[in-house]
Design a protein around this ligand. Structure first.
Ligand code: 13P
Length: 283
């Protein structure tokens, strides 16, 4: 069942759980995510970054996800992650993505509001859900100093203004989370998350969730996170298995024998996340 992300997040809000968005890069990853959702009876959001959408082709990925969604009763959404320019947003909406993220977070607040409003106007007229971002979710390595880390975090008053003025359907927050592999254990600023939650009326999104300890993820859900993004954990599971297979057998050449076991490992990671996010059993 192909559904909008807005619908999924409304149900998550009512049921006090979070829906996982899993970024896929290969057909095996997509199959693993959908199989995991079916096996745990969990709603799911399939994510593609801008780069991935270009790599595999937006039309190709949309067709694959739509066909998969039409042949199951599990709610599935297709999301453009970190759309940085309006042209890409337009393409994703036109192709049939059910949600887009407009990431204007590198801009000062006024500009972020302006670019996000532009994206909302394009997407919401077609019934496409919109995620905005405020505060910068830092890069691929957690090498940022504390002062810099704090500077990059979402300011609750600004979050209230941003959501009111843009009309986004959900908001990605920066509370100490980072994309990619963390150096050391990430520390989420739960007081900040509580303050944001008390001022904002739309579901909140946690990016960079690979590597965040399970108890911190659960605390974030308790406070009000309703969508959780995972990418790196899937890539690591995939690559670790492929590397081991190639190392063990130098004569192997059938890609199915290399990628098939990696798909199973990804499925198991995704199922664990669905249990952790408490979305398992909610479909
Ligand atoms: P990770 O790669 O850290 O899981 O982050 C994923 C993400 O937030 C994509 O937007």
């Amino acid at each position: 069942m192909f559904v909008t992300m807005k619908e999924q997040l409304k149900k998550a809000e009512e049921g006090k759980y979070a829906v996982g968005m899993f970024n896929v890069m290969t057909v095996e990853m997509l199959q693993a995510v959908i199989d995991a959702a079916e096996e745990t009876r969990s709603p799911v959001i399939v994510g593609t970054s801008e780069g991935m959408a270009k790599y595999i082709g937006m039309r190709n990925i949309e067709a694959m996800v739509r066909i998969a969604a039409e042949s199951t009763d599990i709610p599935i959404s297709l999301h453009l992650d970190h759309g940085k320019d309006i042209e890409t947003i337009k393409d994703a909406v036109e192709v049939g993505y059910s949600s887009v993220m407009i990431d204007g977070s590198k801009h000062p607040l006024e500009e972020n509001i302006a670019i996000t409003c532009e994206g909302v106007a394009i997407a919401s007229s077609k019934g496409v859900t919109v995620e905005g971002e405020l505060g910068r979710i830092v890069g691929t390595e957690d090498t940022v100093f504390v002062t810099e880390r704090e500077k990059s975090m979402t300011i609750p008053d600004e979050a209230e203004r941003f959501t009111n003025e843009t009309g986004v359907d959900c908001l990605a927050v920066s509370i100490g989370n980072a994309h990619g592999l963390y150096k050391g254990e990430p520390k989420l600023d739960f007081d900040r998350l509580r303050a944001i939650k008390s001022r904002v009326n739309v579901p909140l999104v946690l990016h960079g969730a690979s590597g965040i300890p399970d108890d911190a993820v659960q605390e974030a859900i308790t406070i009000g996170i309703r969508k959780i993004n995972i990418a790196t954990d899937l890539q690591v599971a995939f690559t670790v298995r492929v590397r081991a297979i190639l190392k063990d057998d130098s004569k192997i050449y059938d890609p199915r024998k290399i990628l098939g076991p990696a798909k199973e490992d990804i499925k198991s990671v995704v199922k664990n996340k669905m249990n952790l996010f408490m979305s398992a059993g909610k479909a």
